[in-house]
Design a protein around this ligand. Structure first.
Ligand code: PMP
Length: 347
């Protein structure tokens, strides 16, 4: 059997199983806590029966066109998937041979080492620098087939410097996957890097700023030849007909709703950071729709918050950070309830 692709390696994969128990206020998964663009809601409720009884477009051509218009690229540069999870998994499968290395920042999106193992690849973590940036030297010396970057990074919330990303693109030979799940909330993005190298692929999602997490829609943009490889490994029929309709509506007529709610998110994020400071909690600088807040005992604080009806995501022993809570940003009424509960714990 090919190195890396053994029954034992499959057995060693642990299921991704964060605590999804229902809570009155769920600030645990960085979705849009205001809802979805009304245009997307209308597209869902006006869905004709035949959209459900018949198979959808194989590769979601309408969604590709809507993404292309939204980002000012050509549709040949777009591939879609069942959430950006699916796009990331398909990209790793498309570009990596079993046994190849996937380099990823630590801490970062927990699914990457799991996708690497699922596809028989080996993973190597590259710890973030003290300032929370990607470590270019670490990527260059890892000589990985696939270099995964996430900016703004989950769970730290901080963006990587564009100079660092460029250095990684220019001094590595493998594919560079840049996960921009939270790009809409950030001051900058990496789209201009697509001109720097055909090895760069950028993944995005409609689960966060666009509010459509339950419909599972993600996409990647990149060189048409790269994108075609991802499409082959992704397979047909990954986005349901209803989801395709909602995605097209959200990416066209729904964009002004999204922009307005991104602005509200950013304002509440900054306001929450100030309020947290006033109770002795210093969050990391964030470019996304969540704050990472270092605490003494993440699991203990998480239990206490859950008892008060609030779900956040606890992280333990993060490199250079220690224990921390990741808090999604939403309407101020939710932020106030969370603050009250944290105030109680800090007393
Ligand atoms: N990338 C990052 C950084 C994420 O945080 C998430 C979801 N938590 C995803 C990708 C996957 O999102 P989805 O599959 O919903 O598009």
């Amino acid at each position: 059997m090919t190195p890396g692709l053994t029954r034992e390696s499959y057995r060693a994969i642990s299921l991704y199983a964060p605590n999804r128990a229902p809570a009155k206020i769920d600030l645990s998964d960085n979705t849009n806590l205001w809802g979805i663009p009304p245009e997307a809601m209308r597209a869902i409720s006006d869905t004709a029966l035949c959209t459900v009884t018949r198979y959808p477009s194989l590769y979601a051509d309408g969604v590709k066109e809507a993404v292309a218009d939204y980002l000012h690229v050509s549709p040949e540069m777009v591939v879609t998937g069942c959430g950006s999870d699916d796009v990331l998994d398909s990209a790793i499968r498309a570009f990596g041979e079993p046994g190849d290395l996937v380099a990823y920042p630590d801490p970062s999106f927990a699914m990457i080492p799991i996708f690497a193992k699922m596809n028989g690849l080996r993973e190597i973590s590259v710890p973030l620098t003290a300032s929370g940036d990607a470590d270019a030297a670490g990527y260059i010396s890892a000589r990985a087939r696939i270099n995964y970057l996430c900016t703004p990074n989950n769970p730290t919330g901080t963006s990587f410097l564009s100079a660092t990303i460029e250095q990684i693109v220019e001094n590595t030979e493998g594919v560079i996957i840049i996960d921009e799940a939270y790009a809409e909330f950030a001051a900058q993005n990496c789209l201009q890097l697509l001109k720097l190298s055909p090895r760069v692929v950028i993944t995005r999602t409609l689960s966060k700023a666009f509010g459509l997490a339950g419909l599972r829609i993600g996409y990647a943009v990149g060189d048409p030849l790269m994108v075609a490889e991802i499409e082959k490994s992704r397979g047909p029929y990954k986005i349901s007909g209803v989801a395709q309709r909602a995605a097209v509506a959200a990416l066209t007529d729904g964009v002004s709703w999204v922009d307005e709610h991104v602005r509200m998110t950013v304002a509440n994020r900054e306001r929450l950071a100030v309020c947290l400071r006033s109770i002795g909690l210093e969050s990391l600088p964030s470019d996304s729709n969540f704050l990472l807040v270092p605490v003494t005992d993440a699991n203990g604080w998480d239990r206490q918050l859950r008892n008060m009806g609030i779900a956040v995501r606890p992280f333990t022993s993060l490199p250079r950070i220690g224990d921390a809570l990741r808090i999604s940003i939403g309407p101020w009424s939710m932020m106030e309830r969370c603050l009250e509960a944290l105030r109680e714990i800090c007393k």
